[in-house]
Design a protein around this ligand. Structure first.
Ligand code: ISE
Length: 356
């Protein structure tokens, strides 16, 4: 990559001018320090033109050319999932740090190939957009668990509720697009891999198109035998709610109760407002994620969940999709993590540095 001097702004190419690409591009050109968008790329050229004009960037139609552009130090990928593999590979070839929205890729094999390619480079360049790791509530929960404040964590109960989604959001998509966050959160909080997935389908909401199971109850097991439950319900018709409760041997802790301003009124009611969507609920997390990534990218590094985390999430979700299809408990199949091996030329990226 061209070497962004520590005194100059990080020059970012934003690939994808849809909702998340535009959200990040606006953040980079306003709230994020020492970074700016220089290039925007989208298959819909009109969208790219509008966003580029708004953030003061240039449009480069071909995403691979955008990655290789001389005025680009780092890349933010917010394109449709099927494009991620090719684009992340191009970032590795160009040795440019990349923040890729989840999922890392759509296939377990291509995600693992990226893990290996990055390991062969010997330089962690791939960060995956699991923004919840930067949310102050999740950070506090993680610190509590790590400090032993709950004793041994035994169970994790999650709830993930969206108010509404488009009709193409079927039960499998619910796993890959929504439950993927709980997969990452569970790995992050417990510090171990998930080994199996089971899915229970109950009565579906009448808001779901025929044949789509919504809500569902997902049960994961971990390497050490801990259980994690996740209620996934994406058509609640209410608001955006994400809760995580950890039950330990010496207590329990819950986040996501959304207890912001509480209002009491003369008719004897009380309550507050629930965030309408994930952009409001995780706005702080997205910006912290982006600031830390940009700061790290200025030195050619990453600072967050990496390629291995992206691969693990794809592998667990693949098992989850099979569990939806078969109704069976499905074991998660994962390849070994590449380790430093002088004979193979592979040296492992530092996961702890990446997860800080
Ligand atoms: C969406 O793609 C996200 O990533 C949100 O965080 C998640 O809550 C939502 O269910 C997904 O559709």
């Amino acid at each position: 990559m061209s070497d962004p001097s520590l005194n100059s702004d990080l020059r970012v190419a934003v690939l994808g001018a849809g909702m998340m690409g535009a959200f990040h591009a606006r953040a980079l050109s306003s709230r994020i320090r020492r970074a700016r968008v220089t290039v925007v790329s989208d298959v819909f050229v009109e969208k790219a033109n509008l966003l580029a004009a708004e953030v003061g960037a240039r449009v480069v139609d071909d995403p691979i050319a955008a990655i290789n552009d001389a005025q680009v130090d780092a890349v933010l990928i917010a394109t449709p999932s099927a494009s991620h593999d090719e684009q992340v590979k191009a970032c590795l070839r160009a040795r440019k740090p990349v923040l890729c929205e989840k999922p890392l890729t759509t296939e377990v094999s291509s995600a693992y190939a990226l893990v290996r390619q990055e390991a062969e480079l010997g330089q962690p360049l791939i960060q995956v957009g699991f923004m919840r790791r930067f949310d102050t509530e999740y950070v506090a929960l993680k610190e509590l668990i790590d400090s032993g404040g709950l004793g041994n964590p035994l169970l994790v109960h999650c709830a993930h509720r969206n108010p509404a989604v488009p009709d193409f959001f079927d039960s499998e998509y619910m796993i890959r697009d929504s439950v993927v966050h709980e997969v990452d959160v569970a790995r992050f909080l417990l510090g171990e891999e998930l080994t199996s997935v089971q899915i229970l389908k109950g009565v579906a909401t009448s808001a779901a198109p025929p044949g789509i199971s919504d809500p569902m109850l997902v049960v994961f097991e971990t390497e050490s035998g801990r259980l994690i439950t996740d209620e996934i319900f994406v058509r609640t018709g209410v608001a955006y709610e994400v809760r995580t409760e950890v039950i330990g041997e010496r207590g329990s802790a819950i986040i996501g109760l959304g207890q912001n301003l509480q209002l009491k009124t003369s008719d004897g009611r009380w309550g507050g407002r629930i965030t309408p969507s994930f952009v409001e609920r995780f706005g702080q997390a997205y910006d912290t994620e982006l600031q830390r990534w940009a700061d790290a990218a200025r030195t050619g590094a990453i600072d967050g969940p990496g390629a291995w985390d992206g691969y693990a999430a794809v592998a667990v979700c693949e098992a989850g999709v099979q569990a939806v299809q078969t109704g069976q408990k499905v074991a998660v199949e994962m390849q070994p993590r590449p380790t430093a091996d002088p004979t193979s030329g592979i040296s492992a990226p530092d996961p702890e540095g990446a997860r800080r």
